[in-house]
Design a protein around this ligand. Structure first.
Ligand code: SAM
Length: 240
């Protein structure tokens, strides 16, 4: 019998104060939002992401549309901005805080962004169990929860084991884009990236076209803490 997906370790983000997002019944996830229980059991194996999430179909003979994944989409600001300037690419955002997930899906529906879908799930569980080898063009991980206490470091999403999983699901030359405001977490990221340097080449981070003037990415978290003068660090890992 299929097992349900394991619930995430926490249901609200650490480090980011409770969001002023509505838990209002007026939010409508439309065909943009997918609840966790829409997924098949964990033993199902890789799913065809384009079919499952109903991304725009490609006429026969035309090249496949690239698929990008964002882990921890928060309120969906990056997805809304980037999917608008990159209409030929499909974006799947995964967010495990229910209020954020609903808010982001509703935003994408209101903007009529047919190239974005939002899944309510733990991204590490999702990638490990449901994503096929070499099926992603890019993965975005912006301002992941830093889990500052040493005994919680194992909960950090950026770590060697998960980097190996991301290498498996990225196409050759595919990219992982990462940014953080947490100096200790960035040092950890550098060390863990170094451990898998046979799998990834590290490159300098270049802001996406949707970033505003002087921004690294222009996510909600970045805008909120930039005004406090926080320092941000970022890198790109390219799959060998
Ligand atoms: C600090 S917030 C940053 C949100 C957004 N990326 C931004 O920059 O505004 C981190 C987000 O990642 C989500 N998150 C953390 N770990 C996750 C996981 N394993 N799967 C899905 N979402 C996760 C949290 O719920 C939270 O919304």
């Amino acid at each position: 019998m299929n097992e349900p997906l394991q619930p995430p370790a926490v249901s609200e983000p650490a480090g980011d104060p409770a969001p002023p997002v509505a838990r209002s019944p007026r939010l409508d996830i439309g065909h943009h939002g997918f609840p966790q229980d829409a997924l098949p059991g964990l033993d199902y194996g890789p799913i065809d992401l384009r079919v499952f999430f109903g991304f725009p179909s490609v006429p026969a003979g035309e090249p496949k549309r690239p698929l990008e994944l964002e882990i921890g989409s928060g309120k969906g600001t990056f997805l809304v901005q980037q999917a608008s300037v990159q209409p030929g690419t499909d974006f799947l955002g995964i967010e495990y805080a229910g209020a954020f997930w609903r808010h982001a899906a509703d935003r994408c529906r209101r903007r009529g962004l047919d190239n974005v879908r939002l899944l309510h799930a733990d991204a590490t569980v999702f990638v490990r169990n449901y994503v096929a080898d070499h099926s992603l063009h890019r993965v975005h991980l912006y301002f992941p929860d830093p889990w500052p206490k040493k005994r919680h470091h194992k909960r950090r999403s950026f770590q060697e084991g998960f980097l190996r999983e991301l290498h498996r699901v990225l196409e050759a030359g595919g990219e992982l884009h990462v940014a953080t405001d947490h100096l200790d977490y960035f040092a950890w990221m550098e060390e863990h990236a170094q451990r898998v340097s046979n799998l990834f080449e590290r490159r300098a981070f270049v802001p996406p076209p949707s970033a505003g003037e002087g921004e690294l990415v222009g996510t909600n978290f970045e805008r909120k803490y930039r005004v406090e003068g926080r320092i941000f660090n970022a890198m790109v890992l390219v799959a060998r």
